[in-house]
Design a protein around this ligand. Structure first.
Ligand code: FMN
Length: 147
């Protein structure tokens, strides 16, 4: 059923919680899954060997969009990840009271698409505390879209 990589950047643990749920659902669907913290990865060759890459990143900043800090070096060097032709899905936690609700999700999806990734048009933007059922449903949809 293929290999999936889930990489998350999370400061207070919300996006990490969702990443764990997504990884579990993809595993239950039959994929071999690697779950990695953005703080511990290098962009170079990151996506190689994976059929599906799932990025999770929370949004910070105020007037301007800021990605979660651990994800910034990966985003800046995303060209090196080998995303061309690969299926990519993006999710993140945020707060809709901010101007750019989950702006990191859009920024990552746009950059991945510009690098030739096949971005699954199904961004997940979670408002407030993560909802496990929402994360599970999304991961199942991503799996179906990636198959
Ligand atoms: C100083 C600050 C700035 C934030 N800026 C945004 C923002 O611009 N857009 C947004 O959707 N959420 C924003 N948030 C909300 C966080 O993204 C949200 O709390 C999220 O759940 C954190 O996820 P994490 O624990 O995975 O890092 C901000 C929160 C703080 C404390």
């Amino acid at each position: 059923m293929g290999k999936a990589l889930v990489v998350f950047g999370s400061t207070t643990g919300n996006t990490e919680t969702v990443a764990e749920v997504v990884a579990k659902v993809l595993e239950e669907s039959g994929m071999a899954v690697d779950l990695k913290n953005a703080a511990k990865v290098k962009a170079a060759g990151l996506a190689e060997g994976y059929d599906l890459v799932v990025f999770g990143c929370s949004t910070w900043g105020d007037d301007a969009i800021e990605l979660q800090e651990d994800f910034i070096p990966l985003y800046d060097d995303l060209e090196a990840a080998g995303l061309g032709g690969r299926k990519v899905a993006v999710f993140g936690c945020g707060d809709s009271s901010y101007t750019h609700f989950c702006g990191a999700v859009d920024a990552i999806a746009e950059k991945a698409a510009s690098l030739g990734a096949k971005v699954i048009d199904l961004p997940l933007k979670i408002d407030g505390e993560p909802d496990e059922a929402e994360a599970r449903d999304w991961a199942r949809e991503v799996f179906r879209s990636a198959a």
